[in-house]
Design a protein around this ligand. Structure first.
Ligand code: B4P
Length: 198
């Protein structure tokens, strides 16, 4: 892969339950990118009962986004910790326009940039079905009830959806049909990534 100063940086975008985490696992295996999931990083801080985790939990339990400065700080440290990366797949980040602007600046300092945003498009009733189904076994407080899941979707529409415009104005935004099987969605994503890196 040879884009942007030898790095390829992708954002996997989409509403809660659209399959960002699921597909990231497939993408890192096939393309060797470093996976940066703010959801996973926050859950690890919560598991370790760190001050950051305890602060984040108050928001996540209600289906709200964690404050920008908390997640931007986490991502900044992870970028610094991986100076030799071939590229990154950002999963669940950025989720606000302020986070997108901060990410652009952090990458510019490393003389690179976001190449493309791949957006998983899934109807709302399917998102709710998937998250409530995961909630039956995941133990995740943010999947625990329909009202919390719906809060997350409202947060997405209010705060995260505008991130699409931030990247679309630079021609970096691609929609991918995400309501098929995991395998069918991965095939569509792979086709898109193969075209980007060829
Ligand atoms: P995340 O951990 O990012 O996760 P997510 O939005 O719940 O889900 P994702 O889209 O990754 O779906 P998944 O593959 O797991 O966020 C959790 C919370 O952390 C946020 O609500 C927020 O509070 C906080 N947070 C994280 N990042 C933040 C940020 N940058 N700023 C502020 N706050 C932040 O799939 C969901 C389910 O669907 C799984 O059970 C999966 O098996 C199933 N599934 C996936 N693909 C499927 C398919 N094709 N068909 C059927 N089922 C499928």
């Amino acid at each position: 892969m040879n884009i942007n100063n030898n790095m390829v940086n992708l954002i996997l975008f989409g509403p809660p339950g659209s399959g960002k985490g699921t597909q990231s696992a497939n993408i890192i295996e096939k393309y060797g990118l470093i996976h940066l999931s703010t959801g996973d990083l926050l859950r690890s801080e919560i598991g370790g009962k760190t001050p950051l985790g305890l602060e984040a939990q108050k928001f996540m339990d209600q289906g709200l986004l964690v404050p920008d400065e908390v997640v931007i700080g986490m991502i900044s440290s992870k970028l610094d910790a991986n100076p030799e990366a071939a590229g990154f797949i950002f999963d669940g980040f950025p989720r606000t326009t302020a986070q997108a602007e901060a990410l652009d600046k952090l990458l510019a300092l490393k003389k690179t940039a976001i190449h493309t945003v791949l957006s998983l498009e899934v109807p709302e009733d399917e998102l709710i079905r998937r998250l409530l189904e995961r909630g039956l076994t995941s133990g995740r407080s943010d999947d625990a009830s329909e009202s919390i899941v719906k809060n997350r979707i409202v947060e997405y529409h209010n705060k995260t959806a505008p991130v699409a415009d931030h990247y679309a104005k630079f021609g970096k935004f691609r929609k991918i049909k995400g309501d098929g099987t995991v395998e069918a969605t991965f095939e569509l994503l792979s086709k898109e990534i193969d075209e980007l890196v060829s």
